[in-house]
Design a protein around this ligand. Structure first.
Ligand SMILES: Cc1ncc(COP(=O)(O)O)c(C=O)c1O
Length: 312
């Protein structure tokens, strides 16, 4: 990770190296956090944040599920993001807001602990590698299921959910794959450890529903919108594992992974083993907008205003 100058913590910009919490904070012991991950892109009109309002809304939704009352408004959080990117003079970066239960008491009951919030930004390249955007990645199904709907809410982007993701990712890496795909507890395809998944079959785009223990991905919703506007049929349904082996194209979506083709699953070649034409079309439309080459007709980009100085 490349450090930047400032991190925003509870309303103040603090130096990167001073952004610390107490080891007895509730979050350290019980995973009590919710967070977001979004990107600022370098566009031809300057840096701009991709779907910031939607990410902030999901952050507040995640907090609501866990009864965490964020001590700032959505507008204040959005402003903090824009200020922080400006203060760190970033042209392009990853943005990580995190809301967590802080230092107070250490029982499981978190109600006496403060709700703290921090935002960090840093440069982060393509999550599964630049080359993956063209050549795709080789992935496997995980022996771990995604969290069951009546155990942990998958619609919340909660820190604790990523213990499940870590098991999926570590297992995949230990077997030589770039990523793992988890099934939900009923055996249908759910998602990757940090990505949603799509398949293309006979020209239609198919993706698991929210009921398959997926995170409601913002890149997923962007891809659905782009596909619909290209008159590609989009179907949200239960997806059996073997449908991925038989698909013409399969790809991941995510703020970190963007739109990454999948070339092999469990060492079975997907389609012709190369990025497929629909994946390429969707990538072109997506990258066209975020690089500022095509019109942002959905208002997905929030420009980063010029930053007028910081006093720390
Ligand atoms: C488990 C999981 N699923 C899906 C996604 C994709 O969501 P988004 O496109 O909003 O980044 C992510 C990434 O945030 C994730 O961690």
């Amino acid at each position: 990770m490349t450090p930047t100058k400032y991190i925003w913590m509870n309303g103040k910009l603090v130096k990167w190296e001073d952004a610390k919490i107490h080891v007895l904070s509730h979050v350290v012991h019980y995973g009590s956090s919710v967070f977001e991950g979004m990107r600022v892109y370098k566009t031809s009109d300057g840096p701009a944040c991709f779907r910031m309002n939607d990410h902030t809304e999901r952050l507040f939704n995640s907090a609501k599920i866990y009864r965490m009352d964020i001590p700032f408004t959505k507008e204040e959080v959005n402003k903090a993001i824009l200020d922080l990117v400006g203060a760190n003079n970033m042209e392009a970066c990853y943005v990580r807001p995190v809301v967590y239960r802080g230092y107070g008491t250490l029982g499981v009951d978190p109600s006496q602990c403060p709700i703290d919030i921090a935002i960090a930004v840093w440069p982060w390249g393509q999550y599964l590698g630049e080359e993956a955007l063209e050549n795709g990645v080789s992935v496997c199904f995980s022996s771990w299921n995604r969290i069951a709907p009546n155990t942990m809410p998958a619609m919340a982007k909660a820190g604790a959910n990523y213990m499940n993701s870590q098991l999926i990712k570590l297992e995949a890496i230990s077997h030589g794959y770039a990523e793992g795909i988890a099934l939900d507890v009923s055996g249908h395809v759910s998602e990757g450890s940090g990505e949603n998944i799509f398949l293309v079959r006979k020209g239609a785009l198919i993706t698991p529903t929210f009921a398959a223990s997926i995170l409601p991905g913002i890149t997923r919703s962007s891809v659905i919108r782009l596909a619909q506007d290209m008159d590609i049929k989009v179907i949200e349904q239960n997806v059996p594992r073997e449908a991925l082996y038989l698909a013409d194209e399969v790809f991941f979506t995510g703020s970190a992974a963007e739109i990454t083709p999948i070339s092999q699953i469990d060492n079975i070649q997907v389609g012709n083993g190369k990025r497929g034409p629909i994946t390429k079309k969707l990538q072109d439309a997506f990258f066209g907008i975020i690089e500022g080459r095509t019109e942002d007709k959905y208002n997905w980009l929030t420009p980063i205003p010029e930053y007028k100085g910081v006093t720390v």
